[in-house]
Design a protein around this ligand. Sequence first.
Ligand SMILES: [Zn+2]
Length: 253
Amino acid sequence: MRKIKIGLVILGSLALVGLILSGAIYAQAVNPLQGKLIALDAGHGGDEVGAQYPANSGTSTTIYEKDVNLAVVYALKTKLEVDNNSDGQPDNQVVLTRKCDETISSRKSRVDMAIEECKSLYGRKCDALISVHHNGSTDPNYDGTMVIYNEKQDIPLANALLEALAPLTGNNEGLDHGGYGMTVYGHLVSALTEAYYITNNWEAQQYLNGTSTQVCDSKSVLIGKRVNQEADALYQGLLNYFSAPSTKPGRRK
Ligand SMILES: [Zn+2]
């Protein structure tokens, strides 16, 4: 009797260990961001420079928001495309609206470009679109983080991005419901991020400390610690968004 009891305890323990192990393997294998098709939009471009540092200076050392946006987009693209599970494929497919320093006529055309690229390159809808911007102020000491959404269905993504980005400045300016012109068709979930103020003295210095990196035809931007911190935060925000149990793009209320 005693032997049978011990045998049962051992069997039970083995089954439990097996369950825990398979659970661990399952948890490791499933990355909710894996296989997602992400559209990235670097705000402004070409003649449309966006915010500037120092404000309105127009000198050769001026930082243009359009370049910071492009730097973050390329840094995030690199992180999303890493092959973490070593299956020979990038983890995520990424499409870009603005690829270099071109001027894009309207924000609507950016959305149209994203939808078209996802469709023509991958035969399906993009799972999310992030439009990367940085804010501007006349006060060189002011900093803060804000995310703008357009439609109700965008709120979970906007919240996830804001939560991940806000620690960068420690000043959470919250979500803004803005008519930023990126009215999204075809249920493409999107949000516009303003991770920090490029007019802030400290932020500007962080960007200038980056390494000159050629990201597209004859166009170099500065990629350093701050740009990578922001790209990491955006990655984390996307991961949290796609981890949420209610994530069904286009079907949110
Ligand atoms: Zn902007």
